[in-house]
Write a protein that binds this ligand. Structure first.
Ligand code: GLY
Length: 350
């Protein structure tokens, strides 16, 4: 199955996302597969059955968000220079979001930009991070603050790679699937309520629908000037949760699950979401063992931390909230006292 991503304002960067359709590929150029030791150990031999090149190199970076930094980027670039890569060379990102974001960014800056392909191996990167060209690294000021919008030439999603995915990481990917269904597609959400994503056919259908949704959104708004921001539903809260828990207690998707529950609570207060709808969303998250509660020790500090997010422009917070199931509202200028009273309701752990 294939989905085409069509950029309304920049046709030249259109590309195709292939789901379970990866054929043997030969590249008549230098190619480097960027991966991490875990993914390489589990899946690299499978990938190498499919990929050959004039010269093929494997670059292994350390695994984890902590290594999504300048040092790893330099390591990738050094390898490219050592192997005398040129403007016709190609990078292949083979791993989760960290590998994908760093490889894409390396491709965007190496000799002012070379081609790259995404082959995501986690559910989260298959349904979200690998599509749409957000690339970058973290620094001490925050996550993804150095980067570029730089589109891959193609994305190959192979659901086979998910078979070894730990349950928590699977759930983290489900959170991003739920995010897209709640804000864009009531039928898709209803499907998720009855589906079992551990079943291959349901999972493939959910991946396909998520990727189609994301491709449409990004095609309309590549640089997040408008509708793409809706993909940040739950993330405004999640970024604060990740920050105050030192990026170690929750996987990103888990923090997003809690963040969606918090956003829902605010949406309920504003009359955008019924109690019953909020409960339906929470139930789907709980089915995949995602956390849905969090103890906010200091609501004022939590509130202030919203302003550290790079997405809070002009000192105002933009909340992405569901408008019933299948719709969204982007709201600015929500009364501080109202937000604080919602935050105060989060006073216990799971
Ligand atoms: N992960 C949200 C986006 O790509 O815009």
């Amino acid at each position: 199955m294939q989905t085409h991503i069509h950029f309304e304002n920049r046709k030249s960067v259109d590309y195709t996302i292939y789901i379970d359709e990866m054929e043997k590929m030969h590249f008549d150029t230098k190619v480097a597969i960027v991966t991490n030791p875990k993914v390489a150990g589990l899946h690299l031999s499978k990938l190498l059955e499919k990929i050959s090149a004039k010269e093929l190199y494997i670059i292994t970076v350390k695994d984890g968000e902590n290594y999504k930094n300048q040092e790893s980027l330099d390591y990738i670039l050094e390898n490219l220079f050592n192997h005398r890569f040129d403007r016709n060379s190609l990078l292949i990102a083979f791993g989760g979001g960290v590998v994908g974001d760093m490889t894409g960014f390396a491709a965007s800056v190496f000799q002012r930009g070379i081609d790259f392909i995404q082959i995501p191996t986690t559910l989260l990167s298959q349904v979200d991070a690998s599509v749409g060209g957000k690339t970058g690294i973290n620094n001490r000021f925050g996550k993804n603050l150095i980067g570029a919008f730089y589109q891959p030439k193609a994305v190959y999603i192979e659901t086979e790679f998910l078979k070894t995915l730990p349950e928590r990481e699977f759930g983290a990917g489900v959170a991003e699937i739920v995010k897209m269904a709640v804000t864009f597609d009531a039928d898709f959400f209803q499907f998720l309520e009855y589906a079992d994503l551990h079943q291959q056919s349901d999972l493939a259908a959910a991946i396909r629908k998520s990727v189609e949704t994301k491709a449409k959104v990004v095609g309309e708004d590549e640089k997040e000037k408008g509708i793409r921001a809706v993909l940040n539903y739950g993330h405004t809260f999640a970024h604060v949760i990740e920050n105050i828990t030192g990026y170690s207690r929750y996987l990103h998707g888990e923090a997003v699950a809690i963040g969606m529950v918090m956003a829902n609570r605010l949406a309920q207060r504003l009359g955008f979401l019924d109690d019953e709808e909020a409960l339906r969303i929470q139930k789907v998250l709980e089915r995949y063992h995602l956390p849905v509660s969090f103890k906010i020790e200091d609501p004022e500090r939590f509130y202030d931390a919203f302003f550290l997010d790079k997405k809070s422009e002009n000192e105002t917070i933009k909340f992405i909230l569901p408008y019933h199931i299948g719709g969204y509202e982007m709201v600015r200028g929500v009364d501080r006292a109202l937000v604080l009273s919602v935050l105060r309701e989060f006073d216990s752990e799971d």
